[in-house]
Design a protein around this ligand. Structure first.
Ligand code: SAM
Length: 276
């Protein structure tokens, strides 16, 4: 047994640690992608995505999207599962062509999720706005000890850094750069000046403070049948923000909206509930 397989960790975590410490990034991405694909849920969600019509896309385009998302996961370090991305892509494809609205990603890391969304945005004839510091997680004082499932977690300043050049290159290679707009900087500085209607937003920012800023700025821009996904529904501090009726009423001036999967899933969906 390799010496760095710590006996105190469960086997799955030990193997993950070993792969992390002993393989090149390319091999790691390949193994991670195939390991995840082998899970029943991942396989089922890919098949469900392919079997269902979401918008005006063809069966062939859905198959192509699934294969393309896998290719991107193998090529680029990604901090998500395919099933989560396909859920968001289905919403992008399902947007009403008669209704204005862009797609927003807040938190892009190396651009893997953005590359995937750019392909769907192109099919739905929509622009994709990508917000990030491109310097990783900001300085913060939040104490994230465990996820809602009890797994250890935590974020340090600079984690998940991907430069604007890296992200742009990744999307040029694997996505569709023609629909992308990059907004570089801390959300507190960049988002308040953003005003276009939003059809689908994806917030993947790890911190409760960053989530608050994104919701404060993006929720009022959401079109009537729009949706905001948070990829951070597994983090208790983020769940607290989403559950906090005072946050919605005092900071966004709306009643707390309905949030699917809150407290249960990592990817939660936030819908508008106020009359337009
Ligand atoms: C987990 S990563 C995103 C992962 C990516 N969506 C993926 O699926 O591969 C979180 C990102 O949020 C960004 N971020 C977090 N808080 C931020 C803030 N306040 N302002 C700007 N960027 C922020 C970080 O720079 C980082 O790129």
């Amino acid at each position: 047994m390799p010496s760095d397989l710590r006996p105190d960790l469960p086997l799955g975590l030990r193997l993950r640690e070993w792969v992390k410490n002993n393989t090149s990034p390319a091999v790691r991405r390949l193994l991670t992608t195939f390991y995840r694909l082998a899970s029943f849920n991942e396989m089922r969600s890919a098949l469900k995505f392919i079997a269902q019509q979401h918008g005006r896309e063809t069966f062939r385009q859905r198959c192509w999207l699934v294969l393309r998302t896998l290719k991107i996961s193998i090529a680029i370090d990604c901090a998500h599962r395919e099933s989560e991305i396909l859920t968001v892509i289905a919403s992008i494809l399902a947007t009403d062509p008669a209704q204005d609205g862009c797609i927003v990603e807040a938190g892009t890391f190396k651009g893997g999720s953005a590359a995937k969304y750019s392909l769907a945005a192109r099919m739905a004839s929509r622009s994709l706005y990508i917000f990030d510091s491109f310097e990783g997680i900001p300085h913060h004082l939040e104490e994230h000890a465990t996820t809602i499932d009890g797994a250890p977690t935590g974020f340090s300043e600079g984690d998940y850094a991907g430069s604007l050049d890296e992200v742009r290159d990744a999307i040029t290679r694997y996505g569709d750069i023609s629909v992308c707009n990059f907004v570089k900087g801390w959300f507190d500085d960049t988002m308040p000046a953003f005003h276009p209607p939003v059809a689908v937003a994806y917030i993947d920012v790890d911190l409760a403070s960053s989530t608050r800023t994104c919701l404060r700025c993006l929720y009022p821009l959401l079109v009537a049948d729009g949706v905001i996904y948070s990829q951070d529904g597994h983090l208790p501090l983020v769940v607290d923000v989403l559950r906090n009726a005072n946050f919605w009423s005092d900071e966004i001036k709306v009643l707390a909206p309905s949030i699917h999967g809150l407290g249960i899933r990592k990817l939660v969906a936030i819908y508008r509930n106020d009359p337009q």
